[in-house]
Design a protein around this ligand. Structure first.
Ligand code: ZN
Length: 180
């Protein structure tokens, strides 16, 4: 998988919703699509960037159960935000999100910051429990090849706690198995 090496590359690599979705799908379904409802392994792609399970005909979004579920913002913006956020040593503020990312309102920026922070805060606290899905990885930070793993507890249809942390590679300490 190709990781952007800097912010400029990130922006050009993830410049459309489709590209971001392909990236997330490649990580989430690294061993091939798996239907969250029936565990079916085969799907066809609908025009709306969804996977349609051949077995139960569920329409599956790769974003379901992730930090990006239900977001109205483009994923490209989220990717940039996360990259920027994990690279900040201090001084993140809603105002800086609003001014740096052209987020419409202060309120929206504040909500984004809150969401990012709540993900970070959870890292290192009590282990996630129950069924845990590691939903996506992401590259960010000021250094090369830092990956932000996002894990979510799956509680029926709702998503429980979500956590995010950065690691050096998918096979080191941040191996998804750590969450189980
Ligand atoms: Zn299915």
């Amino acid at each position: 998988m190709e990781y952007p090496k800097d912010y400029r590359e990130l922006v050009s690599q993830f410049n459309t919703q489709a590209r971001c979705i392909e990236y997330l799908a490649a990580i989430r379904w690294a061993d091939g699509f798996t239907c969250p409802r029936c565990a079916g392994k085969e799907a066809w792609r609908s025009e709306r960037l969804l996977w349609v399970c051949r077995q139960c005909e569920s329409h599956v979004s790769v974003l379901a159960g992730t930090l990006f579920q239900d977001t109205k913002l483009p994923l490209s913006l989220w990717f940039q935000l996360i990259w920027w956020f994990v690279g900040q040593k201090s001084g993140t503020s809603a105002l800086s999100i609003q001014t740096n990312f052209g987020v419409g309102s202060y309120r929206t920026a504040w909500k984004l910051l809150h969401k990012l922070r709540s993900c970070m805060v959870l890292a290192g606290r009590a282990p996630l429990s129950g069924k845990v899905e590691v939903d996506e990885g992401f590259v960010g930070g000021e250094n090369n090849k830092k990956i932000v793993m996002v894990a979510a507890e799956v509680r029926g249809k709702a998503t429980g706690r979500v956590r995010m942390r950065h690691i050096h590679s998918r096979t080191s300490e941040g191996d998804p198995r750590m969450y189980h």
